[in-house]
Design a protein around this ligand. Structure first.
Ligand SMILES: Cc1cc2nc3c(=O)[nH]c(=O)nc-3n(C[C@H](O)[C@H](O)[C@H](O)COP(=O)(O)OP(=O)(O)OC[C@H]3O[C@@H](n4cnc5c(N)ncnc54)[C@H](O)[C@@H]3O)c2cc1C
Length: 312
């Protein structure tokens, strides 16, 4: 968090900050998700091979099962994997606050959710607030009309994504507000996709024949589609900068796609399965990879390097 404002660094340093985030996002280690698609030999073998080969990766410090934000299905068993969605936690916070607000005396403030509304700008008091000058948002201008805010008692949280946030700030405070709109911060990401047919030795179930072939290749693989997710972390030796690699594996058993006809239908079946269940897989498969994924393990490596800023 090199160039983040001090108040944000202080919040992140609070002992319970990440515990609270883990709770909100329902973070689970990939090897602890009790769902057939994750709970398979694939996750165990990726854990094993990445840990065993750590010394071969320059600068690598650790390789662990990825920690994934997961959904909590309401009214369904809590085991089983769903991708995280903000809708459930948001409605839960809405329900909790409104319950607290109904108590006598009220034990919390109610939350109102407005849909189909675009925030355009807000007015501040005193007008034309400068960076470092205390100012209060007084009126929020939206596509559904203006909303008057309680004098000095309403905190406006901009959570519309980095570029719309900046647009709202520029619309509201003009171009004189600090560095607003002058610097874009992002991270570099590179993605590599590869596929291989696992041997029994890769699966830890035997060894190859002397000529390097595997007579039982494919026999001991999972019978169902499987997904794994690992996180490899390290530093660039020359300058100490951090890097992170997300290593996802996915596997479709032979015969899984026989229900599909054309190559396009097969690719769509595969994409539906993994788009709904897999962590962010980055780029899509090449047409050649997508046309024949059965019996292959597909590895997707997404490499992130420290944030960079550029002046625009
Ligand atoms: C392709 C892709 C892959 C990613 N993969 C990962 C990943 O694997 N893991 C990970 O941790 N992160 C990932 N991220 C990053 C992650 O999605 C973002 O960090 C996160 O969604 C930011 O959340 P947010 O609530 O700040 O903003 P957003 O999720 O962008 O939400 C902003 C909301 O505000 C709404 N909005 C915008 N303008 C206005 C307006 N004027 N008025 C009203 N509403 C407005 C938008 O419609 C949107 O619903 C990925 C991002 C992308 C684009």
């Amino acid at each position: 968090m090199g160039h983040f404002p001090d108040f944000m660094k202080q919040i992140a340093r609070k002992p319970d900050f990440y515990k609270g985030a883990d709770r909100l996002l329902h973070v689970q280690r990939a090897d602890e998700i009790r769902d057939p698609v994750f709970d398979s030999a694939l996750q165990k073998r990726f854990n094993h091979h990445l840990s065993a080969g750590l010394a071969l990766i320059p600068g690598a410090e650790s390789a662990k099962p990825a920690r994934l934000a997961t959904g909590v299905p309401v009214g369904r068993p809590t085991t089983g994997f769903r991708q995280f969605s903000t809708v459930g936690p948001l409605l839960e916070i809405h329900r909790r606050q409104n319950r607290l607000a109904r108590q006598h005396p009220p034990a919390g403030n109610p939350i109102l959710i407005a849909t189909d509304v675009v925030v355009e700008r807000f007015e501040v008091e005193p007008a034309n607030g400068q960076a470092g000058t205390p100012a209060h948002a007084r009126v929020l201008h939206t596509s559904r009309g203006p909303l008057t805010l309680r004098r000095g008692k309403t905190n406006v949280i901009l959570a519309t994504g980095p570029i719309p946030n900046t647009t709202i700030l520029l619309n509201s405070l003009g171009e004189t507000f600090g560095n607003t709109g002058k610097r874009l911060t992002a991270h570099f990401r590179s993605g590599i996709k590869a596929r291989f047919k696992p041997t029994r030795r890769w699966l830890g179930q035997g060894s190859l024949l002397q000529d390097g072939t595997d007579p039982d290749a494919g026999k001991s693989l999972p019978k169902e589609p499987a997904i794994s997710a690992c996180h490899v972390r390290g530093r660039v030796n020359e300058n100490g900068l951090q890097w992170h690699i997300q290593v996802n594996g996915s596997y479709e058993p032979v015969g899984y796609q026989t229900q599909a006809g054309s190559d396009q239908e097969k690719a769509e079946l595969s994409s539906r399965l993994f788009a709904g269940l897999a962590p962010d897989n980055g780029d899509t498969l090449t047409p050649e990879q997508a046309a024949n994924t059965e019996g292959y393990i597909i590895v997707c490596m997404l490499h992130f390097i420290r944030f960079f800023s550029m002046t625009v």
